[in-house]
Design a protein. Structure first.
Length: 136
């Protein structure tokens, strides 16, 4: 992970991540995160102005993201700022700055998460992969 352009945000997904595949077969997930700071006014706290960040995740991270979180989930995104530029069919130049995610995790501040590795059973059985009866 590069340290010259590093950003961390914590916020809520505005929609379910959209997972697509490039012509070469690489998965890419696009998602937006809403970040609302808490602001103190006197002895009261209130919501500050919300900022929205476009994010992209690639390959396995993209696939796992699509299988793990949805709209409203509170997430922690660690990544790098990237600017993309393109030209519209009308000839106008456009650009956008996005976060290219290196890591995405569920925030445990207001939720509980149960982690499973891909391919593992999602049952609550914690006895491992053994299906035999105990020997006693």
């Amino acid at each position: 992970m590069s340290t010259d352009n590093h950003v961390t945000i914590v916020g809520n997904l505005t929609d379910d991540p959209e997972v697509r595949f490039t012509p070469g077969g690489a998965a890419v997930a696009s998602f937006r995160v809403a970040v609302t700071p808490r602001v103190r006014e006197g002895d009261q706290w209130k919501d500050g102005e919300t900022s929205f960040f476009r994010c992209n995740a690639w390959r396995r991270l993209a696939e796992h993201l699509g299988d793990s979180v949805g709209k409203g989930a509170r997430v922690i995104v660690i990544g790098r700022l990237r600017t993309r530029s393109w030209e519209t069919p009308e000839g106008e130049r456009r650009s956008v700055t996005e976060i290219e995610a290196d890591e995405v995790g569920a925030s445990l501040k207001f939720a509980i998460a149960k982690l499973t590795k891909p391919g593992q059973s999602q049952s609550k059985d914690t006895g491992g992969d053994f299906n035999d009866e105990p020997p006693f």
